[in-house]
Design a binder for this molecule. Structure first.
Ligand SMILES: C[C@H](O)[C@H](O)[C@H]1CNC2=NC(N)=NC(=O)C2=N1
Length: 110
């Protein structure tokens, strides 16, 4: 099944981090996302472009709704014409399979 059709499971302390090898494979399925490191934790990041602020804000709200539905929450920076989304799993301090699923679902909203 494609990533965007998969279910995001509840975040549990002790859940496995995605290995380097799997992260590379999964990243190929969401090629517009970069793996960045912040505060010592790997995160998935993508910048989405819009023609104005209203479009950026509307997208932000749709990502927010997706996050609430899945109980998995991103960092979102909303600017004029631009939204930066980051997915990672706070509870395990890095990337879980959920983050790749949520990134694919975010792409579907764009
Ligand atoms: C209780 C609840 O499941 C947790 O606090 C969730 C909420 N959303 C979350 N979102 C993300 N991205 N990582 C988490 O570890 C996380 N934990």
């Amino acid at each position: 099944m494609e990533l965007h059709g998969m279910k995001c499971e509840a975040c549990l302390t002790g859940a496995p981090l995605v290995t380097h090898e799997d992260a590379d494979k999964l990243n190929k399925l969401i090629p517009d996302w970069n793996i960045v490191e912040q505060e010592g934790m790997k995160r998935l990041e993508r910048v989405f472009k819009f023609p104005d602020f209203a479009g950026a804000l509307d997208f932000t709200n749709r990502v927010g709704k997706l996050a609430e539905e899945n109980n998995h929450h991103p960092a979102i920076l909303t600017e004029w014409g631009k939204v930066t989304v980051q997915w990672w799993t706070h509870k395990i301090g890095g990337l879980h399979m959920n983050d790749f699923i949520m990134a694919a679902k975010t792409d579907e909203l764009f």
